[in-house]
Ligand binder design. Structure first.
Ligand SMILES: Nc1ncnc2c1ncn2[C@@H]1O[C@H](COP(=O)(O)OP(=O)(O)O)[C@@H](O)[C@H]1O
Ligand SMILES: CCCC(=O)OP(=O)(O)O
Length: 363
């Protein structure tokens, strides 16, 4: 019998991760690393479509995977309108919102667009799963303090859900009975109280909470307003300062934790101060989120690429160890999570959702 595969696509700010699954088994995978000079040529993320698409087709060809053997394509979902978690079929309306970057420019906006491009060409369905716009907030978490602005759930939903289930399995308990704080420490940082499997709050990984490898996180808002009107920067330059050239990148010229640790080893005091300040802000945010769960926390989970760093983890653990036990799951399992979601739909265990029907409208 002919073999049938699911193609998984996870576009990131510096790479496009791709994988081929046969059922639950990963058959092939690759992290296609992009040259930052190449990406800088494109003003908008959606303009990188042809460039990334060609690299995916080239990879499939090199691996001798026939596109006719694909039964579905799934991409990491982007900054859509707020929606509940689940597996979504990629629709024209969703593509419109992703192309227009309705919330922010972010590489994950390309996930659905690339999936649909390949899916339509092959006459198969394309999906996204638990996009970064998944909103499971309790209403109280939406109030910002300014009536014109609402707090938003922008979050590493895929990995946060995956590690929460992983910990619940390890504890041999039902996720609905458990409370976690999950800190995804990646290019962006999400720190979420996860109550009974629901991400009831989060800092907002794009523009709030701790600073991250390429983002400022929350800033003194009056100073931001003054900088915006100083005449020194355009609208686009200000947004890029906040996300893209903020955080470690802004202070130290690199967003790579490994590189910064080498700088620290060589005695770079500025690098040491900035890196420690990021750990300090992460610890502080975890402390804040512990109050959301009134201290009733079964585990604190540190995950994402920066959780590979013993240097950072040690500082954070020292700050938060009094709150609960700290579990470290470095990296992420997003490719598997994406494939698992599509399998649940293909096997009829879960119903696919339609974006337009699920958008959370609030007055
Ligand atoms: N061993 C390590 N030590 C320190 N930092 C690391 C290590 N491995 C990865 N990182 C850092 O993790 C960040 C990327 O995390 P990752 O979870 O892959 O990102 P994203 O959320 O963008 O997918 C980068 O800043 C990278 O330099
Ligand atoms: C909403 C945030 C998603 C995010 O920040 O992803 P990266 O860490 O991969 O940039």
């Amino acid at each position: 019998m002919a073999r049938k595969y699911v193609l998984v696509i996870n576009p990131g700010s510096t790479s496009t991760k791709v994988a081929i699954y046969e059922g639950k088994n990963e058959i092939k995978s690759n992290k296609i690393v992009h040259n930052s000079k190449e990406l800088e040529k494109y003003k908008k993320v959606s303009e990188q479509y042809d460039y990334r698409l060609k690299l995916i087709y080239d990879w499939l060809k090199k691996e001798e995977v026939l596109t006719s053997s694909l039964i579905a394509v799934v991409g990491r979902g982007g900054l859509l309108k707020p929606i509940p978690g689940g597996t979504y079929i990629v629709t024209e309306k969703m593509i419109e919102d992703l192309e227009n970057s309705i919330q922010w420019e972010h590489a994950s906006n390309l996930g659905g667009i690339l999936a649909k491009g390949i899916g339509d060409k092959e006459g198969i369905k394309s999906y996204i799963l638990d996009p970064v716009a998944v909103d499971e907030f309790e209403d109280i978490a939406r109030i910002s303090g300014l009536k014109d602005i609402e707090r938003k759930s922008l979050i590493h939903a895929l990995n946060i859900k995956a590690v929460s289930y992983r910990r619940a399995n390890e504890l041999n308990e039902n996720i609905e009975e458990l409370n976690f704080i999950v800190a995804h420490l990646g290019g962006g940082i999400s720190i979420a109280p996860v109550k009974g499997g629901k991400m009831i709050d989060v800092n907002n990984a794009i523009e709030m909470g701790p600073f991250s490898p390429d983002r400022t996180g929350g800033l003194p808002v009056g100073d931001v307003v003054r900088l915006c009107y100083s005449g020194k920067y355009t609208y686009d330059e200000m947004l890029l300062k906040i996300k893209g050239k903020g955080g470690l990148a802004g202070y130290l010229g690199t967003m790579d934790g490994r590189e910064i640790e080498k700088m620290i080893e060589k005695g770079d005091k500025k690098a040491e101060l900035i890196y420690k300040a990021m750990a300090y802000q992460i610890g502080k945010e975890i402390g804040a989120m512990s109050t959301v769960l009134c201290g009733d926390i079964d585990s604190i989970i540190l995950t994402g690429g920066l959780a590979y760093s013993e240097y950072l983890v040690d500082i954070i653990e020292e700050m938060i160890g009094f709150i609960s036990n700290v579990i470290v799951y470095p990296g992420e399992d997003e490719m598997k999570a994406l494939n698992d979601g599509v399998l649940r739909v293909l096997n009829g265990e879960e119903k696919e959702k339609i974006y337009e029907d699920e958008v959370i409208l609030r007055c």
